[in-house]
Design a protein around this ligand. Sequence first.
Ligand SMILES: C=C1C[C@]23C[C@@]1(O)CC[C@H]2[C@@]12CCC[C@@](C)(C(=O)O1)[C@H]2[C@@H]3C(=O)O
Ligand SMILES: O=C(O)CCC(=O)C(=O)O
Ligand SMILES: [Fe+2]
Length: 370
Amino acid sequence: MPSRLSEAFKDHPVYLHHKYLDFSSVKELPDSYTWTTQPEDYPCPNSPSGQEVTVPVIDLHHPNALELIGHACKTWGAFQVTNHGIPKRLLDSIQSAGKNLFSLPVHQKHKAARSPNGVPGYGVARISSFFPKLMWSEGFTIIGSPLEHARQLWPNDHAEFCDVIEEYQKEMRKLAGRLMWLMLGSLGICKGDIKWAGPKGDFAGACNALQLNSYPACPDPDRAMGLAPHTDSTLLTILFQNSTSGLQVLKEGSGWVTIPPIPGALVINVGDLLHILSNGLYPSVLHRAVVNRTWHRLSVAYLYGPPSNVQISPLSQLINSSNPPLYRPVTWSEYLGTKAKHFNKALSSVRLCGPMNKLQDVNDQIVKMG
Ligand SMILES: C=C1C[C@]23C[C@@]1(O)CC[C@H]2[C@@]12CCC[C@@](C)(C(=O)O1)[C@H]2[C@@H]3C(=O)O
Ligand SMILES: O=C(O)CCC(=O)C(=O)O
Ligand SMILES: [Fe+2]
């Protein structure tokens, strides 16, 4: 069983046999990037009442932030936060760092290519192998220090990139710990209840991955897909998006709902491990990224999880005779391996027999496309 995050995929290599595209030179969408969709893939974008719906925007200094977050996790599995303490300067810097990286020539980016059974490096989303068509995006994954790959990208000139990434990781770690206690607090869980949060309750052993996503402007956006529908295999994900919209979440009864970029705000997604920890009370959110004809879009996802060897299972405080545990214990590394093998069936594959009609995993509704 792999014990480190960077080894999570060693038993599930992904070989993607295709030439990387120089997106900027493509004038017509190639067939391999053309997604054919059925009308039911696009459920009505507004609520049945005709009212516009959008995920809650929560000021972290609001006196009722805890309750607002609990409600957002239960009903949406996603929300935006403001007043989160991440300086605007750092958000601007991470955006420039991402822009510099993705605007390098294709052959240069390939020098930092992700290996088939590895996690860090440049490449297409790992979930690509589950879809017959390619996604109109490229990504760069960082686990721990960015140094090794940054050196391959900029042999003499990587210090600034590394400094920004390291500061971003440090600030995100603090924010993720804060959000964890707000989310857990809203479930009635207190500091002493989570042993792996460590003696200071700062989740010092938590693991993370940083994913930079680039979505170039696309000649035929209605037939392309930036990032296919998926849930994150995390406790929570903190997502920065530039000023171009594209992120959508699936909301029951409303269909795909766009999360509009708000300057300075960050998007928080509930991941599969929080789904398990909360025994399904906070369901992980199915989301995707669409593309557009005019604007380049950049997003930076901070994927946050427990120490890789800690077993995550439904919290005992949430279990009683009418609420039996719905999931078996699983480590983050093991779950990532399961996801690499079963993708949208990963959550059901760790589910214990239970009242399936009471709670359906969001992944069971995953949209068939391609
Ligand atoms: C920790 C991780 C979650 C992730 C796989 C990874 O090892 C690093 C990349 C992450 C990411 C980002 C884009 C979407 C996603 C589904 C993918 O293909 O790579 C997620 C993975 C995940 O949450 O399962
Ligand atoms: O680009 C986005 O908005 C979504 C990115 C995402 O879902 C991810 O990196 O896991
Ligand atoms: Fe995601």
